[in-house]
Design a protein around this ligand. Sequence first.
Ligand code: ATP
Length: 296
Amino acid sequence: MTAPKVTPLVPLSRPEPALDDSGSPAGAPRPVLEASGVDKVYANGTVALKNADLVVREGEFVSLLGPSGCGKSTLLRILAGLGEVTTGTVSWWEQGYDVVGSKRRKLAFVFQNATLMPWARVRKNVHLPLDLEHAGNSAELEKRVDDAINLVGLKGFDQAFPRELSGGMQMRASIARALVTEPNLLLMDEPFGALDEMTRNKLNDDVLKLWRDKGWTVVFVTHSVYEAVYLSSRVVVMAARPGRIVDDIAIDEPYPRSTDFRVSTEFAGYCRQVSQALERASAMGDDPNSKQENAR
Ligand SMILES: Nc1ncnc2c1ncn2[C@@H]1O[C@H](COP(=O)(O)OP(=O)(O)OP(=O)(O)O)[C@@H](O)[C@H]1O
């Protein structure tokens, strides 16, 4: 089996304090990831991304939202170093964030499906990244596995096989597997798309709590306007053919967020704003010159 090709991530060479290239006010959190002028053309000629620029700052919860095929997963995979750019660069902030795959990595990826090993118990699945890191079996690592399983609410299920778990519990195990690596940056590719609404809402709350408690930065792909607004500090809207970023909407509402936020007029207002941006993005069709047309 050949190893997947990985886009080399380019260290940003800026001195401290972080200089802000994106025009944000001075004192804004430092950038964690920066995609600059990223094009992605697949071997069959599909232009999955055209001139994508995105800066993600420390502590943000950024959702990528857009019609099917607009390049959300492609962009997320490129940000993770799991795919190559055709042109452009992906950079990461060098203070505290490491190259994907390095022993000291701080990045974790949660896929659309739980992707658990069906023949292995929950505990073994959660332990997997530590095995891959050849981190050994010390008491400290076993505690990390216990903590991750407990944090996602799977206490008592560590000896269960994936087939014995519900879809939501399988996603929890998948998140626990990401947690054991103690990431700073969590990239999630539509993790809750297949779940019923109640389970999804519960997992949304759990992820938000972990995000705040752990001080993560999150980039989250979703098809749901409601999920994006509920979770995010920023919603980045993309259009298809070619895939491009067309809008960037700040959800300027305090955390923690709860059911009260879901039923508030503010929530409804943001959902309307994001839905309208999504409608514009869907209507843009094949015009590459419409990039950033509706950016605020
Ligand atoms: N490996 C590949 N080879 C060729 N084309 C691809 C490949 N992966 C994705 N594409 C194409 O690139 C475009 C963007 O795909 P991508 O999966 O990134 O979009 P998406 O916004 O995540 O879609 P969805 O919301 O349906 O998951 C689509 O037209 C898709 O068909």
